[in-house]
Ligand binder design. Structure first.
Ligand code: G3H
Ligand code: 13P
Ligand code: ZN
Length: 284
């Protein structure tokens, strides 16, 4: 089936109290792994392209791969721009055929973030494309950041209410203690803050930096109202570790297919396990 908007998937997740997995794509094998996992689990799924993926593969290649996967799929597949940096980049993705864009204005002051988000929304609404925004700052691994300082980056519930009122985005990424990349310790999520945000904001909430967060914590976040869970690092780890293993076991191997096929399979297994944790198995 054709690529679907993220909004549709999140609305169903809201009704069914589960979360849709948003998995980062970087190459053909990862696209295939996400699709294989979603088909095996009969789950709706979001493929998303980060800034790094766009630099590596380009918007058109990523679209072509995801679009092909969606057209072959029996489950709904959406294609989303992850951490869109500008109005222009969002427009480019919309023109190419992405069904959802994130405009990440979290580094700007509140009113600027709102204005930028609304500018993207105006075009997206006219084209049926979904929009995710971000409020609060989601860092990289925060080892050097003191806890008090870390809390200052967290999403303020009242600001979230105001932001939702002024924009009406389809999904809102918040900061409650997760970070992108590998964690050194076990991340501690601020559940009371999440609960407060959900009580004030009637928009599906997105959890970024979800790799390495314990399954029980992810499930508690979903119970409280998270509807989109972003996973990148755990896929990269599984993929690259599998490549490394093949090369170490067979130092003379020169066929990339022999290296990449086990990596694709390893990624598929990780994604299937995440889909089960998110409760989206069987929801296609
Ligand atoms: O946005 C979160 C991604 O995990 C960062 O990915 O290094 O490909 O830009 P990137
Ligand atoms: P991880 O790499 O920590 O899974 O984060 C992914 C993410 O939030 C993409 O936006
Ligand atoms: Zn992110």
């Amino acid at each position: 089936m054709p690529l679907v908007p993220v909004k549709e998937l999140l609305q169903k997740a809201q009704e069914g109290n589960y979360a849709v997995g948003a998995f980062n794509v970087n190459n053909m094998e990862i696209v295939q792994a996400i699709l294989a996992a979603a088909e095996a689990e009969k789950a709706p799924v979001i493929m998303q392209a980060s800034q790094g993926a766009i630099k590596y593969a380009g918007i058109e290649y990523i679209y072509a791969l995801a679009n092909l996967a969606a057209n072959q799929a029996t489950v709904p597949v959406a294609l989303h721009l992850d951490h869109g940096t500008s109005f222009e980049q969002c427009m480019k993705c919309i023109r190419v055929g992405f069904t959802s864009v994130m405009i990440d204005g979290s580094k700007y002051p509140l009113e600027e973030n709102i204005a930028l988000t609304n500018k993207v929304l105006e075009v997206a609404r006219a084209t049926g494309v979904s929009v995710e925004a971000e409020l609060g700052k989601i860092g990289g691994t925060e080892d050097d950041i003191h806890v008090d300082e870390r809390d200052a980056f967290f999403t303020d519930p009242e600001e979230a209410r105001y932001f939702a009122e002024k924009t009406g985005v389809d999904a809102l990424a918040i900061s409650i203690g997760t970070a992108h990349g590998q964690y050194k310790g076990i991340p501690k999520l601020d559940f009371p803050r999440l609960e407060k945000i959900v009580s004030l904001v009637n928009i599906p909430i997105v959890l970024h930096g979800s790799s390495g967060v314990p399954d029980e914590a992810i499930q508690e976040a979903i119970r409280l109202g998270v509807r989109k869970v972003n996973i990148d690092t755990n896929i990269r780890e599984a993929f690259t570790n599998a490549c490394r293993q093949v090369v170490m076991d067979n130092p003379k191997e020169i066929d990339p297919r022999k290296v990449l096929a086990p990596a694709r399979e390893a990624a598929t297994q990780v994604i299937r396990q995440k889909i089960r944790v998110f409760g989206s198995s069987g929801k296609a």
